[in-house]
Design a binder for this molecule. Structure first.
Ligand SMILES: Nc1ncnc2c1ncn2[C@@H]1O[C@H](COP(=O)(O)OP(=O)(O)OP(=O)(O)O)[C@@H](O)[C@H]1O
Ligand SMILES: [Mg+2]
Length: 518
């Protein structure tokens, strides 16, 4: 047995009584460093057959790295891995796959122009009599996998025509078609609507009943309690504890992740506001395609406006129009009383409007550029001295932003893609706040960030409003919306369905009903 970092946890390897016997995965004494940065230290991790095992921890704690070692993407510097009791020394994804490890990637590895079936069998087309099977056969086999999963997808559909939820099901089917016994899901619900999340959970339960093990990485406590049997918490590259969910409270988990008790971040705090605040942003009869329908509202100085609505209700589309990404067909936008033209993001940011987008990896970052360059991108103009950017001023601003948002980064000169997912999110938020905008639009600002950072981001939003900025927050997490909004607009079919003062919303349920339109 490897030595355990926490003496308070004497039984981390306790078997699951209800699960089929045996361990699907056993990792012992895993160490991993990148260059001189130690990322994992003496980590043990076990998953029983048919178990759903949650893996939690702060941004940069090492969750994705540990799972990439299990998948053969990285090789551990030290330690042992046993799969189904057999020691493996896999040093490639292919060997890990052959040993039964499947991964449901957060950034999908699928090809949108191919059909669902082609994606599932891409790279490992089944052989029939020594020949690659044809498309029809691939479709039939894919259909069988979907039957086992009990989901209804046409294997002949072109993937690019389907929504994110189907991409994910295709990833899962792809892993199962390769006989995966262990499925690793890294924040699988991040891009799913509520009902899609529920059907994913039901699928997880069916897979579990078939003896398949699932490692479930998530920052969402409610999900972990809903589907996991046990939870392992990593903190700063070490295993803090492994416990059954029936034996650990949410407060203990949060404290384990953050390293201290977290309180109050999600409670609504009434803020002092001016009696007749200036209108920062006035939106009148805004129309854009079919997705934004005759939207009018006013955002005042010092105000936080929440945008609620179901997937597809037009929240993101409205944000895109206000940031000059999508064109407006009619209507007008006024900033501090003056009509403005928002034909491009540059126009918008010149008028003091910025958007922290939902799809941050694709829209918010240049992944191969350094953390520092990404942070400075929107302020380059201001830092210029003649034709050159003042290097010292740039460094010091970047350092300030890193400090203020507690971005976990060893060297700001290295590419931003090397940061953990949550830390990349913080870079995008920090980058736009560095421009000192008047109006800040944040689309799902806390998706993917750990629970400690989440309350910091919400506090940052309140502080920005306290200094007179206007903030528009789009969020599917109603508790989060209720924690910060002074007013909530509920969108439906691209139009404003209702406008609620925060003080008129008694609880989450009543907002949920408004969102669902009942
Ligand atoms: N290829 C790499 N080169 C250098 N450093 C890396 C590399 N991959 C990960 N790291 C570093 O290792 C640490 C752990 O990252 P990891 O992605 O495992 O965190 P995580 O727990 O998954 O966090 P998150 O919740 O934000 O996704 C981070 O500090 C990250 O910057
Ligand atoms: Mg991660």
């Amino acid at each position: 047995m490897p030595s355990e970092p926490m003496p308070s946890d004497p039984t981390p390897t306790e078997p699951m009584p209800s699960a089929p016997t045996g361990l699907a995965v056993e990792m012992r004494g895993i160490y991993k460093s990148f260059d001189t940065t130690s990322v994992l230290r003496d980590v043990g991790f076990e998953v029983a057959k048919g178990e759903v095992h949650a893996l939690a921890g702060g941004n940069g704690a090492g969750k994705s790295t540990l799972m990439k070692i299990l998948q053969g993407v990285y090789t551990a510097d030290q330690g042992e891995i046993l799969i189904d009791g057999q020691p493996v020394t896999h040093s490639s994804i292919f060997e890990a796959k052959a040993a039964g490890i499947g991964m449901v990637f957060q950034e999908f590895s699928l090809i949108p122009t191919l059909t669902v079936a082609q994606n599932i069998y891409l790279g490992h087309e089944p052989l029939r009599g020594g020949r690659f099977i044809n498309d029809r056969e691939a479709r039939r086999l894919a259909g069988e996998v979907f039957k086992i999963m009990e989901v209804d997808i046409d294997p002949g559909a072109v993937l690019g025509d389907l929504s994110t939820a189907y991409w994910q099901l295709t990833e899962i089917a792809k892993a199962l078609a390769q006989n995966a016994q262990v499925l690793i899901m890294d924040e699988p619900t991040a891009s799913l609507a509520k009902h899609e999340t529920e059907s994913l959970f039901q699928l997880v339960e069916r897979l579990k009943a078939q003896g398949i093990s699932i490692v479930y990485i998530s920052h969402r406590m409610d999900e972990v309690y809903r589907i996991a049997d046990r939870i392992t918490i990593l903190r700063d590259g070490r295993r803090l504890f492994t416990k059954r969910l029936t034996e650990v409270t949410p407060a203990q988990i949060v404290e384990g992740i953050v390293g201290k008790a977290v309180e109050g971040g999600l409670e609504y705090k009434k803020r002092a506001r001016a009696d007749s605040p200036t209108a920062l942003l006035e939106v009148r009869n805004l129309q854009s395609g079919t997705r934004v329908n005759d939207v009018s509202f006013t955002l005042h100085e010092g105000e936080i406006l929440g945008l609620a609505g179901l997937m597809g209700s037009g929240r993101t589309e409205l944000a895109r129009v206000l940031f000059g990404i999508d064109p407006l067909d009619s209507g007008e936008v006024l900033v501090r009383g003056t009509k403005v033209d928002l034909s491009s993001p540059r126009d918008a940011s010149e008028h003091g409007i910025v958007l922290v987008p939902e799809d941050r990896r694709r829209q918010g970052l240049v992944l191969d550029h350094s953390v520092r360059d990404n942070l400075l991108l929107p302020v380059l103009g201001k830092l210029k001295r003649g034709p050159f950017v003042s290097d010292r001023a740039g460094r010091s601003l970047a350092d300030q932003l890193i400090e203020r948002f507690q971005v976990k980064v060893a060297n700001p000169g290295r590419p931003v893609r090397l940061l953990s997912g949550g830390n990349q999110q913080k870079v995008v938020i920090a980058k736009w706040l560095g421009t000192d905008p008047d109006v800040l639009i944040m689309d799902e600002p806390t998706a993917g960030v750990d629970i400690g950072t989440k309350s910091e981001i919400l506090e940052t939003i309140r502080r920005l409003a306290d200094t007179g900025k206007g903030v528009i927050v789009i969020s599917s997490e109603l508790p989060e919306l209720l924690a910060v909004s002074d007013r909530v607009l509920v969108l439906r079919g691209g139009a404003i369905d209702s406008q609620l003062e925060r003080t008129d919303i008694p609880n989450e349920e009543s907002l949920q009903l408004a969102v669902q339109g009942v």
